[in-house]
Every structure is written in C-alpha cells, then in structure tokens.
Design a protein around this ligand. Sequence first.
Ligand SMILES: *[C@@H]1O[C@H](CO)[C@@H](O)[C@H](O)[C@H]1NC(C)=O
Length: 296
Amino acid sequence: MGFCPARRIWPMMLGTGFFILAREDGDVPKAEVEDWAWVGGRPLGLALGPDRRSLVVAEADKGLLLVKPNREVQLLTDEAEGLKFKLTDGVDVASDGMIYFTDASYKYKLHGDHMLDILEGRPHGRLLSFDPSTNHTVVLLRDLYFANGVTLSPDQRSVIFCETPVRRCQRYHIHGEKKGEVEAFVENLPGFPDNIRYDGEGHYWIAFAAGRTRSWDILMRYPFLRKISPVLGKLASLPELERDSGVLSVTLDGKPVALHSDQSLYAVTVGLKIGKHLYYGSLTKPYISRIELSQA
Ligand SMILES: *[C@@H]1O[C@H](CO)[C@@H](O)[C@H](O)[C@H]1NC(C)=O
C-alpha cells in the first residue's frame, strides 16, 4: 500500500488494486472513501503527478502508470535498456516534473517470488527517471538490492532511495556538482526499509515492513542457505517476519531521530507524519491507521 496527502484529499491504494480517496476534514481524515480509479495489480508506490492533479503510480506488474484527473489510467513506461520491469515499486515526482522511480527487480515478480530475490541476495534493482516532456526512461543506477522506496530531497537536488535486504538508504545527486554520484544516507537500519516519505517539516519517514529478526540474520549470513530458496522463501514469509515492523524518522542528513514501533504496527509499508499524527499503511491490512505522536 502507498499513500500521499494531497491538500484535502488522501489518495490511497489498497493491495488489491483498488485506488480510493479519503476526504480530509481539517486535521482528521474522515472514514469516508470512494473508489477513484482501478489500476489493477499491486500498486506499491504513489505520488502526485507533475501537474499536481494527476497521480503517478508504481504498479508492481505493469510498470509506471499515470491516473489522469478524469480517472483514465495510462501506462507511462514499462522497460528500460531493453529490460522490462518486473517489480515497479517506489515513485516520487520532482518539482520540475521529472519522475523518479524504482524497479525492485528485473528478474522476479511480486507474486510468490519476490522473497526469492531478497533471499538470493543479488542486485537486480534499478533507479530510473521518466521525463513526461519527452517520454524518455533513463536508468540512473543499476545493480541495486531490491530498490524500494524513493523520495526527492526538499531542495530537489537529490533523491533518497532504500534497498530492502541490505537495510540501507542511499542518496543519488540529480543536480549540482555531485550530479550522478551516490553516497550513503543511512545504513544499518533496525529493519527492512520499504517506502520513504518526506513530511515537509525537516524529516524523512522510513517504513519497515519487517524488523531484523534472528531468522533473517541467519539467512543473510549464510548464503548457501539462501540457495535452497523455494523452501526458505516460504519459511521466510512466515508471520515472524511481519513483527518488529515500524517507522523511523531521520533528519535531512539521515540521522535517526525516533523509531515508532508497537504491536499495532504490522507489516508497515509506508508511514508519514501529518500534523500530530503518524499515519501508516500495511502490507497485510486493508486500511490505514494512525497513532498520535507525543511531544514528550
Ligand atoms: C508521450 O506519450 C504520450 C502517450 O503515448 C503521447 O500522447 C505524447 O504525445 C508523447 N509525447 C512525446 C513528446 O512523444
């Protein structure tokens, strides 16, 4: 699931391909929702489009989609350098209209075998850009480990993207003298990062679909175990991995501020602070939830 706030409406995606809007009433979104557009598949990433009226969707199976204000769904791109995307995952849109997104894997699809990609531990992910004024798709970085969430920095000079199995997010410079360079942003995260969102107030919010459990540590340390992947893939998707989920806030420089984790946070895929609350979506639950952030 992905979501993004858009002034007084909340576009949200449920795992089933439904795409709905929740109306906001002041600070509190009402539980009033409507079906907005059917995109099908598994929409994993969501951002306001270049015109701020349409929505850009990273849909796992089809690729990068545009939902126009009239609710028409259009495919923007589904391949780069001759390789089809297999797991379009995260997306954000720069203020100049350029779309930045990730394909977590050109090798494995989401249904059934994305755990195999993580377990195989090889880099099949790419960071890409799509220019709506030319329709050109460009590969910015390749050989990434399950490239997942992506977000623009507020100064629009870089994008931060997360790689799930190696528990890190990196910064890729899109403008300035470091253009094209990659550098560490935050490493050794306490869980496996999914989406990353910027709250407009100086912090990024990184969602962990799973904490760093013992079984994961063992799998990551002994590559030969990962090779028996079909069996382990099933084992590794057992509920244990869905525990210790949470959301970490970090500064603009990637310094961790606070980890929000409790039993109601379950398989969190996206988290974002809006006002006094942390809103989050889950891989396994068909709703969004919020918790009040204490100012203590
Ligand atoms: C980009 O693709 C869209 C949809 O296929 C098309 O309408 C538009 O003319 C294209 N733009 C350019 C610059 O080729």
